[in-house]
Design a protein around this ligand. Structure first.
Ligand code: ARG
Ligand code: ZN
Length: 445
């Protein structure tokens, strides 16, 4: 006898993030994206084919992807054509027959259009694919990935990536992961293949296309250090990134071995006003690139995110302080360990400096994801915790945090639970005061 035919149910249109309920989708888990992208700077058009290998997490009659704008010309699931219904940024894909819980399946989407960045929710910036008509790069945190590929766009679904980018022959492509072989020449084009073999959240994929110099900066243990500097910034970016290996060394000591195959910085020809910790290849703008050694703190911050943010990602966007508070705290540890002010001094120096510190970092609100409090008070909360549980327990906690949740996501509750387990102390009150209460608490000593 054969099994009865499967009904399956529709996959949820979002993963239920409290700040961005529509981000990501239910019913499956992506293992790998293979993206073939052709970029035409003159027209601003991007032509893509995405091959998405996933595993169903329920009997699945239909599932969604996230894709903003861009026209889909064909979609197949396991080789069979699927009739896609485009509901805004949620293409709905019915496979020819339902997919069984636990079964692997492959979706192929062919698409094209002019990628358009979307507001980041905070009015600060538009996220996604960016171009000035010559150069292109991506800044996706939190929800810009869907502007250039169909994706399960939430940190809870990490995957590996292969990206194959065809660009004009005089352009250079840099991306997350490692370059595979030499670029392959076509008619007036070159095709560059990058393999990112460590699981990665969708907002952390970097693809940058421009007039770059690819810089080989050696290795740190097994980690390849390589950069991509816009030619006009190469000298100052070289100075700015001089201490990369030294920084990895200090953070290895804090969090454990550097977690990915490569690290480096892409310096793009645009004053971004911030940096983003895209996985294995932090993006900085011409502004920061020109700071030279004054960029140490921010470069240390983005490097620290590779452990706290990228290897361990926030369970929901409400948990953003777990990225930014830890990365800020890492700057203070770098200071402490390289002859500067101690973390205790750095934390106390910020008291009374900004009214924003009366926003609780553990729930800043959708429109305030990157408010100062998320960074500074987040770091202050970790200092308060360190003073409460002592250095031994605190540094054990930092390593366990990264190790217990590697290649995955974690929440504030996970941090409280682990801190209580390691210290044997009751810490609800401390976290309530520093992370959740509106008013900034004061340090006792
Ligand atoms: N995560 C970045 C950093 O602090 C900041 C990103 C700002 N992003 C934004 N969409 N405004 O290193
Ligand atoms: Zn940060």
């Amino acid at each position: 006898t054969t099994a009865p035919p499967l009904d399956g149910a529709v996959g949820a249109p979002g993963v239920g993030d409290p700040y961005f309920p529509d981000l990501g989708n239910g019913g499956y888990d992506v293992e790998r994206y293979a993206l073939e992208l052709t970029w035409q700077p003159d027209t601003g058009r991007l032509a893509g084919r995405a091959t998405i290998e996933a595993v169903a997490t329920q009997d699945l009659s239909r599932f969604n992807l996230d894709l903003v704008g861009l026209e889909v010309s064909s979609t197949t699931v396991d080789g069979a054509d699927a009739e896609v219904d485009r509901a805004g940024r949620e293409p709905q894909i019915p496979p020819a027959s339902p997919i069984a819980d636990g079964a692997p399946f492959t979706t192929e989407v062919t698409y094209e259009g002019v990628p358009t960045p979307v507001p980041d929710g905070t009015d600060l910036f538009e996220v996604g694919w960016q171009t000035d008509g010559r150069e292109a790069y991506v800044v996706s945190e939190p929800a810009g990935a869907a502007t250039f590929y169909p994706v399960n766009d939430h940190p809870t679904d990490k995957a590996t990536y292969t990206v194959e980018i065809t660009a004009p022959e005089d352009q250079v492509v840099a991306a997350s992961g490692l370059l595979v072989g030499d670029p392959v020449a076509g008619e007036g084009t070159r095709t560059w293949t990058y393999e990112a073999s460590d699981p990665m959240a969708s907002y952390l994929l970097q693809i940058a296309i421009g007039d770059y110099e690819l810089v080989d900066a050696g290795t740190f243990g097994d980690t390849v250090i390589r950069h991509a500097f816009h030619r006009t910034l190469a000298d100052s970016a070289q100075v700015a990134t001089e201490r990369t290996a030294e920084m990895i060394d200090v953070l290895d000591d804090v969090y454990g071995p550097y977690p990915f195959e490569a690290y480096g910085v892409v310096a793009v020809d645009e004053p971004l006003g911030f940096a983003l910790e895209t996985q294995t290849l932090t993006i900085i703008g011409s502004d920061i690139a020109r700071w030279g050694r004054r960029a140490d703190d921010i470069l240390l911050h983005e490097l620290a995110h590779q452990w706290v943010g990228n290897l361990v990602s926030p369970a929901t966007w409400k948990d953003i302080w777990l990225n930014e508070g830890f990365a800020t705290y890492s700057e203070w540890l770098w200071s402490e360990r390289t002859g500067g002010d101690s973390a205790a001094e750095r934390a106390r120096a910020l008291v009374g400096t900004s009214a924003d510190l009366d926003v609780p970092p553990g729930d800043p609100g959708t429109g305030e994801l990157f408010i100062t409090s998320v960074y500074w008070r987040g770091g202050m909360a970790l200092q308060a915790l360190r003073e409460e549980i002592g250095d031994d327990a605190f540094f054990t906690l930092l390593r366990r945090w990264v190790d217990d949740h590697r290649d995955s996501t974690a929440s504030t509750e996970d941090l409280v639970a682990l801190a209580e387990e390691i210290s044997g102390q009751e810490l609800d009150e401390l976290f309530d005061a520093w992370v959740y209460a509106p008013e900034l608490p004061s340090f006792d000593r």
